[in-house]
Design a protein around this ligand. Structure first.
Ligand SMILES: NC(=O)c1ccc[n+]([C@@H]2O[C@H](COP(=O)([O-])OP(=O)(O)OC[C@H]3O[C@@H](n4cnc5c(N)ncnc54)[C@H](OP(=O)(O)O)[C@@H]3O)[C@@H](O)[C@H]2O)c1
Length: 264
């Protein structure tokens, strides 16, 4: 891991609330990631937008620039793991350093219960877990070296239990939560703020097919609550919105022999 580009101040984290200056959002072309990028830019951060769909990324960047913000774009598929260090280094160099990285990219399939689809399950693990590991460990190493930085990872309430209706997705989100916990335990001692976000239902393309979305919030609200947790510091792991914490508590305590009978 290289140090930030020359001329970039290496600082320890300032006391809360943190101000983010140079941010990468992986998965910024739509939904929660696009809103997070816009809100970071509105706060004054220089933002790098990553995702596969270049036109959508450009549209987000254009919206940011129209508000007077700074945005650069990198079209990138997170499953092209060998490209990750190259894209990461280029963006850090272009921005002159990094103090915030959010991994928001996610794939989700909800197959019919009669379907066992290895390709879909593999994609969810590759995007939601291995891509996250590839991107966040680069930032974790850099933040450890510079003794500061904020790392955000998006898990989900869905990661609380293995569900028969979405086995691949729930597995991937549980793995993401555990990965972020491990990073937190590894680098928070060096002043790195490691933030796990566990949303409930958010009104994006991922949930467009659902008819019932209890306690649904907008992607802008999900981004706002995520950013609030990141600003607070202290390496929090939070449900978004907070009411899902009670749901998670109940879910975790349902015995397996009962849980398997539920339509979850
Ligand atoms: N919506 C919800 O109710 C909800 C609830 C809990 C958690 N989440 C999580 O929140 C995150 C954002 O989802 P969203 O709801 O905002 O949906 P979304 O609008 O579909 O956003 C998904 C993002 O992931 C990116 N992505 C997917 N595959 C990728 C790949 N191979 N390489 C690079 N980027 C990739 C997409 O960019 P490209 O297509 O341009 O590559 C897009 O920017 C996901 O991790 C999701 O699991 C969502």
């Amino acid at each position: 891991m290289s140090a930030p580009a020359s001329g970039t101040a290496i600082r320890t984290q300032s006391p809360s609330p943190r101000k983010f200056e140079r941010a990468i959002v992986v998965g910024a072309s739509s939904g929660i990631g696009a809103e997070l990028a816009k809100q970071l830019a509105a706060e004054g951060a220089h933002v790098a937008l990553v995702g596969r769909r270049a036109p959508e990324l450009e549209a987000v960047a254009t919206a940011i620039r129209a508000q007077g913000g700074h945005a650069i774009v990198a079209a990138h598929d997170v499953t092209h793991y060998d490209d990750v260090p190259v894209v990461y280094e280029r963006l850090v160099k272009e921005m002159g350093g990094l103090d915030f990285l959010a991994y928001v990219s996610g794939a989700q399939y909800n197959p019919d219960e009669s379907v066992y689809d290895f390709a879909q399950d593999r994609e969810m693990i590759e995007v939601n877990v291995i891509g996250a590991i590839a991107w966040t460990q680069l930032a974790a190493a850099a933040f450890e070296a510079q003794r500061g930085g904020t790392l955000v990872g998006i898990s989900s309430i869905a990661g609380e239990r293995g569900r028969r209706t979405m086995p691949g997705y729930t597995t991937s989100k549980a793995a993401m939560r555990t990965w972020m916990e491990a990073l937190r335990n590894r680098v928070s001692r060096y002043g790195v703020n490691v933030v796990t976000i566990k949303p409930g239902f958010v009104d994006t393309a991922k949930t467009a097919h659902l008819t019932k979305k209890p306690m649904v919030i907008s992607p802008a609200r999900a981004a706002e609550l995520s950013l609030k947790a990141a600003h607070r510091g202290g390496s929090p792991s939070v449900f978004v919105p907070g009411q899902w914490q009670l749901v998670a508590l109940i879910l975790r305590h349902i015995p397996s022999f009962v849980f398997r009978k539920l339509n979850l």
